[in-house]
Design a protein around this ligand. Structure first.
Ligand SMILES: [Fe+2]
Ligand SMILES: [Fe+2]
Length: 294
């Protein structure tokens, strides 16, 4: 059965696809059979990704002594989580960084918000959940990806939704529902389904504004949704990037209930967070030259 997103994008010939290697890496995250050697084997099936990762790990960002010659070496030097995070992040940003944006939501705002959400998702997941930090990072990075598809293919209507949200001080997703009869979270999770990403990952994107946080805890199967839900709010809270959403405040009571502490007890240093996001933007290749006008 066709859903609303199928209908909205029915004339689009090619949607951004994920290289098979990225799907394999993501699916391997919780697979205990995948060790350093197996992860390296998966990555090296894609030559472009392999070269890109080797170039990055040998760059000054990582400050490693001596040259990293191959992916297996990179995994042993930097660890599974970091290498998977780099592979997933670099591949995703590469697919999306040239899509259209607009002065109502510039590429630099969008990517700063997305990378900040990713960085915060990774930080907060470590404090309360048993989730893999690189999976949380990747989902934080893609949680608003539906906006890029809406801008790429329905720019005029998308600009209308941003303006309407600003004018009426309503959440962007509410304005999108009124204009498109779906929102960017629906579009993002629809695309992730096409990429064959796991259900809990898709659900965390679909519900990043609408989750019932009373029903979710750090140990429930939906813990990932809670992490992405708050990572998005925290990116706004710490003033990193913009998402075209004028009405995103941190729900402090829900936050305290989920994590068992307040944000200021979470050991998040604002200055180092800003630095970390800046470095991540550079590593992912979205720090500058992002298209900012149609
Ligand atoms: Fe969103
Ligand atoms: Fe967001």
């Amino acid at each position: 059965m066709k859903n609303k997103a199928d209908e909205l994008f029915k004339n689009v010939k090619t949607l951004p696809s994920l290289p098979p290697v990225v799907q394999k890496i993501f699916s391997s995250i919780n697979d205990p059979r995948v060790g350093a050697r197996q992860l390296a084997e998966i990555i090296t099936t894609d030559q472009t990704l392999t070269l890109r990762v080797l170039k990055l790990v040998n760059s000054s960002f990582f400050g490693l002594r001596g040259k990293v010659q191959n992916i297996h070496h990179a995994v042993t030097m930097l660890g599974f989580s970091t290498i998977r995070q780099i592979c997933l992040g670099v591949s995703i940003c590469n697919k999306f960084k040239n899509l259209k944006t607009t002065s109502e939501l510039t590429g630099s705002s969008f990517w700063a918000h997305s990378v900040a959400s990713a960085t915060l998702a990774k930080k907060i997941c470590k404090t309360a959940t048993k989730l893999e930090p690189d999976a949380c990072y990747t989902l934080g990075l893609v949680h608003d990806i539906g906006k890029l598809l809406l801008m790429e293919h329905h720019m005029n209507m998308f600009v209308q939704t941003v303006n309407k949200a600003g004018r009426e001080s309503i959440p962007l997703q509410e304005s999108e529902q009124q204009v498109f009869d779906l929102d960017h979270a629906d579009v993002g999770s629809w695309l992730m389904r096409k990429w064959n990403l796991p259900r809990d990952a898709r659900r965390s994107v679909k519900n990043h504004h609408s989750a019932n946080m009373n029903a979710i805890s750090p140990i429930s199967p939906d813990a990932m949704t809670g992490v992405i839900y708050f990572a998005n709010q925290l990116a706004h809270h710490f003033g990193l990037g913009g998402s075209g959403n004028p009405a995103t405040a941190l729900e402090e009571d829900k936050f305290r209930k989920f994590f068992g502490k307040n944000v200021d007890e979470m050991d998040i240093d604002k200055v180092s967070l800003h630095e970390e996001v800046h470095v991540s933007l550079e590593i992912l290749g979205v720090a500058d030259n992002v298209p900012s006008a149609v």
